[in-house]
Design a protein around this ligand. Structure first.
Ligand SMILES: [Zn+2]
Length: 181
């Protein structure tokens, strides 16, 4: 389970510009460090905003030896779809290779509006499904939003649809699956 309280998650997303839509970079509107990475405080401690974004999206903290890598090379971006876990060595290699091999999304995933790193990394997808990454479709998304508006609780709905509560909230509030009306 994520260590990030619901209150902090709401505070977090209030500082993110998601107006560009699901494919766009989501710039962090709060404080940034010298390198341009966002900074977010929980309980008086400061964390990298993009690392927190990934933890909220996956529902679990990154292992200490892992970093949240930007596939978009945009330090202030906190769109979880542009982040994937990696090691420092991997990140350096990735940065060195970027010029020759830019990050590409599978066209089918773009068509379906799914650009999440776990879909590009099957070995992590298996791990994800144990942590509540059930597959949603458009009907499920509409149903979630209908029941959310009717006042059903986040935890009940998350359990009913087999997704993590943080993911449920992103879907229910329209931050994820924006293209579904
Ligand atoms: Zn980005």
């Amino acid at each position: 389970m994520s260590r990030i309280p619901v209150e902090a998650q709401a505070r977090f997303w209030a500082k993110v510009d998601t107006t560009g839509g699901i494919f766009a970079c989501w710039p962090w509107l709060g404080g940034r460090n010298a390198k341009g990475y966002g900074s977010f405080a929980i309980g008086g401690r400061h964390y990298m905003a993009h690392r927190i974004a990934m933890e909220i999206a996956t529902g679990e903290p990154l292992p200490p030896d892992q970093i949240a890598m930007h596939t978009c090379d945009n330090p202030p971006c906190v769109n979880p779809a542009h982040l994937r876990p990696g090691t420092v060595a991997e990140n350096q290699r990735d940065m060195a290779e970027k010029g020759r091999a830019p990050f590409r999304q599978h066209p089918e995933l773009i068509r379906r509006g799914e650009r999440h790193w776990f879909r590009l990394h099957p070995e992590l997808a298996a791990r994800g499904s144990r942590n509540g990454f059930a597959k949603l479709d458009e009907d499920a998304v509409r149903e979630i939003r209908r029941r959310w508006s009717a006042g059903e609780s986040r935890t009940d709905l998350a359990a009913a649809f087999g997704i993590s509560p943080s993911n449920l909230w992103l879907v229910a509030t329209g931050r994820r699956w924006k293209h579904v009306a």
